[in-house]
Design a protein around this ligand. Structure first.
Ligand SMILES: *Cc1c(COP(=O)(O)O)cnc(C)c1O
Length: 825
C-alpha cells in the first residue's frame, strides 16, 4: 500500500504573522520575553505542545487567532519581541573584533542539544554543541553547524515497576521543527548530495535549522532515492550496532563536507566536536589530491585548519572500527579517494591495536589543533595519548585544555534574570566574561536572592506530582547519564547512614534523581534499577524521587530549583561535566568529586568537595572513602549550614560567591573566546597562508613540504654537543649567569627553536611549573654546521636548579612542529 502525507499549515491573521518567524528560530527558547509571548497564547496548550511554538501555531483553532488579533496587549508584546529578535539578528549582543567574518568555521557534531522539543541529543556532548552554536550566535561569530537529522531522535525513557529502563522512540517531525529543507532556487527541488557507501550511492537531503544567526545543516538519508536500508542510516542517535554507526559517521564527515560545498560555503576552519565526524579529513584530503597534491601534502594542508576536541578519557566512549569494516563501507580508498589504503589506515591505528581504526586517534593525527575539555582532562589526555608522540615528554604532548562552559541565557531562571538586570545592570549578558560585573552580585540583598531561589524550588517541587517533597527541606539534585563511571549508586553505599540523614525529622533532606542509561549499556540500566529498588525497599519514597526521561526540560527545572548539586564520578573519568555549571549560575551549590570542571572551579567558599585529589584504583577502597566523605560533609557542614536560620545568611553568602565567581568563568562565552584565541585564529591564519587558493600557494605549500621532508631526513644529524654555565655553575645571588649551548645542525639557523626547561628545584618550595626559555643564536658557522646559542639567567633565590634542553623545528616556520615528532635533547 502506498501512503502519502499532506501537511496543512494554519493561516494566521496578517498582524500575527511575525509569530511564524519567531517560531522558526530556536532563539525564542533562550529569550524569556519570547517564551512568555508564546505561553500567553494558551498556557496549557503551550506546555502540551512540547513546548514547541510551531506546533502551537499549527494546532490552535482559528477562534484563538480571531481573539488575539484584536488583543492590544498581545499585539504590543508581539511587536516588542519581534523588534528584539530583528535587532538581535542584525547586531547580536557582542562582536569578536579580532576574528575576520570571511573565515567561516564549520562545527561538526553527532548531536546537538538545542531544546527539549528537538530530539537531536542524548546528553552532555549534545548540550555542549547546542550551547556552542547559541554562543557563536550571540558573539556574531561566522560559524555553521553540521550534523545529522534523526527522524526518530533519541529514546524516551520509562521505567517498569521494578526499575528497568524501557526505550521508546518518538517521531522528530520536521513539520514542527524550526527548520526548512534546503531546496534548489531554480527547480525548487530538495538539494541532494551523495556519498559512496558499500560502492553504492547514498543520497542525503539537507535541513537548515536556525539557531539565532547560526545555520545548523542536518543531513538526512530518509528519502525515496535511497533503498529502505540506507533510509534508516539516520533514523536514530546512538542506536543500532557498529555498522549503522560507521555509516552515520561517513554521512556526517564525508557528506557534511559535500553538503557545505553544495551550499557554496567554503570554511576556513573545521572543528570536530568528538571523533565521530573525523572521516571529513578523508574527503578533504581527497579533494586536495584531486587538485594535484601528494597525499602527504594534502594531509598537511588539511591538518593546519582542523580543530579536534576530545571529550572522554573512558575507553568505551572512543569509537573504533575493525579495519575490514572500514574497507567494506568506505570501499576502495585508493580508487575513490586517491589516498594509499594502508597509509590511510595507519593514520587511525593506535600503537597498541593494529586491527582497529580509532576515530580519536585518526582525528588527533590529522588535526593540527587539539584540546581536552578541562584543565585536568588536558593532563589526563596528554597521558593517554602520549604513545602517539613517542619522542615528546608527557607535558609536551600538543593537546590544549579549553574548559567547557554553558550558555547562560539558556540555563538561567527568569527570577535571576530580573535580579541581574536590576543589580548588575541591563546588558550584563554582553559582558559574561567580565568578572567585574559579577562582583556586583554582592549587592543583591540576601532576602531577594533567597526569595527568588525559594520560588524556583517550589516550582520544581510542585511540578513533581504525587510526591511528598517539601520546598522547605534541603534538596539535593543528582541527574546525568547513568554511565557506570558516574556512580549513580554511590550515595546508597551505606543505606543505614543515608536513612538516618534523610529521614531526620528536624533537619530532613530530600534527593531528586534523574537520568538515562545508553540503550546498549546494561550496567547503566542495572544501576538505575538498583537506585529505584533501594528507594522502594528502604521506604525512602517520601524523601527520594526518580524522575523519568531526563531531558533538557527536566535539567532546566532541576538546575534552577535545587539547593545542592551532587556529582560522584570516578576521578579522573569525568572529562568536564557541565550540569554543575548550570546549577552554579542559578545559585545552587556544588557538592562534588574534584573531577572535571570542579577540580578547577572548587574553592571552600564556593561549595564542597568529596574525597581528595589522589586517584584510587581499588574500587572498594575508593567507593568507601568517597561515600564516607559524602556523608560526613553532608552531616557536619551542609545540613547545619542550611538549617542555621529561616533565612540562612551564611548559606546565601556562599550562593552569591558561587554565582559571581563561577558564572563568568564557566560561561560558554569564555569558552568560545578561548577557542577563538587558541585554535580558530591560528587555524584561520594557516588557511590564509597555506590553503590552496592560487597557484602561488600551491608552490609555497610544496616548498614547505620539501623542507619538512628535509627536516625528517637529516634530523639525526642534529646534536647538542656541549652545554656550559658561565662564569661557573656556582654563583652568588644577583650574579648574572649565561647558559651556552653548542649545537651541530645541518639546517639554517631560523629553522630550529632551542629552549630551556626548568625542571626542578630542590629547596622544598615545590615543583616549578614548566617554564620554557628561548635561547638566541650568538655565533655560527653554517659551513661546519656549528652554532652557539645562549641565554642569560637571573639568580634571585638560593636554590639548586635543574634545566633540560630541547631542540625542535621552529613553530613559526613549521606550525606542525611538535607533530613532526622531531626533538633533540
Ligand atoms: C547539562 C546536561 C547534561 C550534562 O550532564 P553532566 O553529567 O554534567 O555532563 C546531560 N543531560 C542533560 C539533559 C543536560 O541538560
Amino acid at each position: 500500500m502506498r501512503t502519502i502525507q499532506l501537511h496543512i499549515r494554519s493561516s494566521l491573521p496578517k498582524n500575527l504573522e511575525p509569530l511564524w518567524d519567531l517560531a522558526r528560530n530556536v532563539w525564542w527558547s533562550w529569550n524569556s520575553n519570547a517564551i512568555n509571548l508564546f505561553r500567553r497564547i494558551n498556557p496549557q496548550e503551550y506546555e502540551a505542545s512540547g513546548p514547541c511554538p510551531l506546533k502551537l501555531l499549527n494546532t490552535l483553532p482559528s477562534s484563538t487567532w480571531d481573539y488575539l488579533k484584536e488583543d492590544n496587549g498581545f499585539l504590543e508584546h508581539l511587536n516588542e519581541v519581534n523588534l528584539e529578535f530583528k535587532n538581535y539578528l542584525e547586531n547580536g549582543i557582542t562582536k569578536v573584533p579580532e576574528y575576520k567574518s570571511e573565515n567561516t568555521i564549520a562545527y561538526f557534531s553527532m548531536e546537538f542539544g538545542l531544546h527539549e522539543s528537538i530530539l537531536l541529543y542524548s546528553g552532555g556532548l549534545g548540550i555542549l554543541s547546542g550551547d556552542h552554536l547559541k554562543t557563536a550566535s550571540d558573539l556574531g561569530l561566522p560559524l555553521v553547524g553540521v550534523g545529522l537529522f534523526y527522524f526518530e531522535g533519541y529514546f524516551r525513557q520509562s521505567l517498569t515497576r521494578d526499575g528497568w529502563q524501557n526505550e521508546n522512540y518518538d517521531l522528530n517531525d520536521p513539520f514542527y521543527l524550526p527548520m526548512q529543507l534546503v531546496t534548489d532556487k531554480l527547480t525548487n527541488k530538495p538539494v541532494l548530495i551523495d556519498v559512496n557507501i558499500c560502492d553504492k550511492k547514498v543520497f542525503s537531503q539537507i535541513w537548515k535549522l536556525n539557531v539565532g544567526k547560526i545555520p545548523l545543516y542536518l543531513l538526512d538519508t530518509n528519502i525515496s532515492e535511497n533503498s529502505p536500508e540506507f533510509q534508516r542510516i539516520t533514523s536514530r542517535l546512538y542506536s543500532g550496532g557498529q555498522e549503522q554507526r560507521i555509516q552515520q559517521e561517513i554521512i556526517l564527515g564525508i557528506g557534511g563536507i559535500k553538503a557545505l560545498q553544495k551550499l557554496g560555503i567554503s570554511p576556513a576552519v573545521y572543528h570536530l566536536n568528538e571523533g565521530h565526524s573525523a572521516f571529513l579529513t578523508l574527503e578533504r584530503m581527497s579533494q586536495f589530491v584531486k587538485k594535484g597534491l601528494y597525499w602527504q601534502e594534502a594531509l598537511i594542508a588539511t591538518k593546519g585548519t582542523q580543530v579536534f576536541t576530545v571529550h572522554t578519557p573512558v575507553p568505551a566512549g572512543n569509537d573504533a572500527f575493525p579495519i575490514q569494516m572500514l574497507s567494506k563501507f568506505l570501499g576502495n580508498i585508493e580508487y575513490i579517494y586517491g589516498i594509499p589504503e594502508n597509509e590511510f589506515y595507519n593514520l587511525g591505528r593506535s600503537p597498541d591495536n593494529h586491527s582497529e581504526f580509532s576515530m580519536p586517534v585518526f582525528a588527533l593525527r590529522t588535526s593540527g589543533h587539539r584540546n581536552g575539555v578541562s584543565q585536568l582532562h588536558k593532563k589526563v589526555s596528554k597521558k593517554i595519548w602520549q604513545p602517539l608522540w613517542p619522542r615528546l615528554l608527557e607535558n609536551e604532548i600538543p593537546i590544549k585544555g579549553i574548559t567547557n562552559g554553558v550558555h547562560t541565557r539558556t540555563w538561567l531562571c527568569n527570577e535571576l534574570v530580573e535580579l541581574f538586570d536590576f543589580y548588575l545592570g541591563k546588558g550584563w549578558d554582553a559582558k559574561l566574561n567580565d568578572p567585574h560585573i559579577w562582583k556586583r552580585v554582592e549587592n543583591i540583598p540576601n532576602s531577594e536572592l533567597w526569595n527568588a531561589h525559594i520560588t524556583r524550588k517550589s516550582r520544581l517541587i510542585s511540578s513533581i506530582p504525587k510526591s511528598n517533597l517539601d520546598a522547605e527541606y534541603l534538596t539535593i539534585g543528582f541527574a546525568r547519564r547513568f554511565a557506570s563511571y558516574k556512580r549513580g549508586h554511590l550515595i546508597f553505599k551505606n543505606i543505614e547512614r543515608l536513612k538516618k540523614i534523610m529521614l531526620n525529622s528536624e533537619r530532613p533532606v530530600q534527593l531528586i534523581i534523574s537520568g538515562k542509561a545508553h540503550p546498549a549499556d546494561n550496567l547503566g540500566k542495572e544501576i538505575i534499577q538498583k537506585v529505584v529498588q533501594s528507594i522502594q525497599s528502604e521506604n525512602l519514597n517520601s524523601r527520594i524521587v526518580f524522575l523519568e526521561n531526563y531531558d533538557m526540560h527536566i535539567a532546566q527545572k532541576l538546575v534552577r530549583g535545587i539547593d545542592v548539586w551532587l556529582n560522584t564520578p570516578i576521578r579522573p573519568l569525568e572529562a568536564s561535566g557541565t550540569s554543575g555549571m548550570k546549577v552554579a549560575l542559578n545559585g545552587g551549590l556544588n557538592f562534588s568529586i574534584l573531577d572535571g570542571w570542579w577540580d578547577e572551579g572548587y574553592s571552600p567558599d564556593l561549595g564542597w568537595s568529596i574525597g581528595g585529589r589522589e586517584n584510587i584504583y581499588d574500587e572498594n577502597i575508593r567507593d568507601e572513602r568517597d561515600a564516607n566523605s559524602l556523608y560526613d560533609i553532608l552531616e557536619h557542614e551542609i545540613i547545619p549550614l542550611y538549617y542555621s536560620a529561616k533565612t540562612p545568611n551564611e548559606w546565601i553568602d556562599k550562593m552569591k560567591k558561587s554565582i559571581s565567581v563561577l558564572t563568568p568563568k564557566f560561561s560558554a562565552h569564555r569558552m568560545l573566546h578561548d577557542y577563538i584565541l587558541q585554535t580558530y585564529l591560528p587555524a584561520a591564519e594557516f588557511h590564509e597562508n597555506w590553503s590552496i587558493h592560487s597557484e602561488g600557494q600551491i608552490e609555497s605549500l610544496k616548498n614547505h613540504i620539501k623542507n619538512v621532508q628535509l627536516l625528517r631526513e637529516q634530523w639525526k644529524e642534529v646534536e647538542i654537543t656541549r652545554v656550559e654555565l658561565k662564569p661557573s655553575d656556582t654563583v652568588i645571588i644577583g650574579e648574572i649567569v649565561t647558559l651556552q649551548l653548542e649545537l651541530r645542525s645541518p639546517f639554517p639557523e631560523n629553522w630550529l627553536e632551542i629552549s630551556l626547561v626548568l625542571e626542578s628545584t630542590d629547596n622544598n618550595r615545590g615543583q616549578y611549573e614548566r617554564k620554557d626559555v628561548l635561547l638566541t643564536c650568538v655565533e655560527k658557522d653554517p659551513v661546519y654546521k656549528y652554532y652557539i646559542y645562549a641565554v642569560e639567567l637571573e639568580t634571585e633565590n638560593p636554590e639548586i636548579r635543574t634545566y633540560s634542553m630541547r631542540v625542535c623545528p621552529n613553530p613559526i616556520l613549521f606550525p606542525e612542529h611538535l607533530d613532526l615528532d622531531l626533538v633533540a635533547r
